[in-house]
Design a protein around this ligand. Structure first.
Ligand code: SF4
Ligand code: SF4
Length: 407
């Protein structure tokens, strides 16, 4: 049997690959193993073999696809413009539909837990309590890395959902609060709201929204991803700009055209918070500070750099905060977080996490900027406690506050 879902890779997409191999040196899983089947070209060949009926969607095929991080480092270097990330989500949907047992696995997580604010709130409450009691070590081993990399949740600000504020002379913004972001990374959302309002936007965080659906899409849960996209397309109609504060979320919103018939209208106006804030600094709606604040190491999340081509803006924000930006990895290899990858492929995730942590240590800089929640947790779980890791907009807001207190 070949494909059975509407999300499958199309023949046109598969034919775009000219087998040149330019993607091999940038692929982290190929670098780790040296195996063709762990490379973008090899995975595309496996998809083509299914498309032509030579191979079937079975456990062997699933193993080849499961090992992919979905980091999309293979896309910007590809002369054939192969939409690899889109195709990966499509074949993962096929695996969920065709490989026995996959339908049940993680169905509750993507269908009920992540989209539910009350379940996510309860989960954050448990984590906060466990952190306070020093009991996070009791969590199952496969979740230790994620939990160990989480921020301290006690005393976190109120959720941003339902917030309305700002003048609106620079236009209206609908803010995606996010599932994990809304519970585990509230200070990032609060910083985003403050900065967008200072920049003249009217900011609303609509109640009717849900998780963007990125985690479900990356895991092959196409039905759930389509459902979440439809809810958000309804919730975010009419805003001049839709902003997400996690790179994985903003990348997914930009691709909403695939996930909902009306999704293009959201995809066209959605941007990552780093882009919105950098624009405001460029326009003079937010200040650029000139007090030197020392060095800041920057980590490029794959879904910002590879999936959206955004590299300049986070650096602009840090420079406008007074930091001297220190690069850690010219190739911007994935840190190994990659959604659920740390729990599903723990060995490869650990190799990549250690590699990234070593690169940061070698800079000698202990302040780190990362614009994605998964990357931040992965970095924190591999770095020592003296490393301070925060989102670029948090570093910028802190610098503005410091400057106003000093001045
Ligand atoms: S770079 Fe693009 S065209 Fe070349 S092998 Fe990789 S996916 Fe195929
Ligand atoms: S998404 Fe990342 S891990 Fe997967 S094939 Fe492309 S470069 Fe390799």
């Amino acid at each position: 049997m070949t494909w059975v879902t509407v999300d499958r890779p199309t023949s046109e997409e598969l034919d775009a690959c000219v087998q040149c191999g330019l993607c091999l040196p940038v692929c982290p899983t190929f670098k780790l193993t040296g195996r063709e089947t762990a490379s973008p070209r090899g995975r595309l060949q496996a998809m083509s073999a299914v498309d032509s009926g030579i191979f079937t969607v079975d456990d062997t095929f699933a193993g080849i696809i499961d090992f992919c991080l979905g980091c999309r480092a293979c896309e910007p270097v590809c002369p054939g413009l192969v939409p690899y990330g889109r195709m990966l989500e499509g074949v993962r949907a096929e695996i969920v539909s065709q490989v026995p047992g996959r339908q049940r696995r993680r169905k509750w997580l993507h269908g009920s837990a992540i989209p539910s604010r009350s379940v996510m709130r309860a989960g954050a409450g448990f984590l906060s309590l466990a952190q306070s009691l020093g009991m996070t070590g009791l969590a199952p081993k496969r979740y230790q890395r994620i939990i160990g990399g989480a921020r301290r949740l006690r005393g976190r600000p109120r959720p941003s959902i339902g917030h309305v504020g700002g003048t609106g002379e620079a236009g209206t913004v609908g803010l995606l609060s996010g599932c994990i972001q809304d519970q585990w990374f509230r200070p990032v959302n609060q910083a985003a709201i403050q900065l967008l309002e200072m920049a003249g936007h009217r900011v609303e965080v609509p109640n009717a929204q849900t998780c963007c659906g990125a985690l479900a899409a990356h895991d092959g849960r196409a039905a759930e991803a389509h459902r979440m996209a439809a809810t958000n397309v309804g919730a975010f109609q009419g805003y001049d700009m839709v902003v997400a504060t996690g790179a994985g979320c903003s990348a997914h919103l930009a691709g909403y055209g695939h996930w909902d018939d009306e999704g293009e209208s959201i995809g066209e106006v959605s941007v990552d918070i780093t882009v919105a804030v950098a624009r405001a600094i460029e326009d003079g709606r937010l200040p650029a500070l000139d007090t030197p604040r020392g060095e800041m190491a920057i980590q490029d999340p794959c879904h910002l750099r590879h999936a959206q081509g955004v590299t300049r803006e986070p650096r602009q924000i840090l420079e406008a905060s007074g930091y001297q930006v220190v690069e850690i990895d010219e190739m911007a290899f994935c840190c190994g977080a990659a959604g659920l990858y740390t729990t599903l492929q723990p060995e490869a995730a650990a190799q990549l996490g250690n590699q990234k942590a070593d690169q940061i240590r070698s800079t000698g800089v202990t302040r780190v900027a990362s614009a994605n929640p998964g990357c931040e947790m992965q970095l924190r779980s591999y770095l020592e406690d003296n490393y301070e890791i925060a989102h670029p907009v948090e570093w910028y807001l802190a610098a503005l506050v410091e400057e106003s207190e000093e001045g």
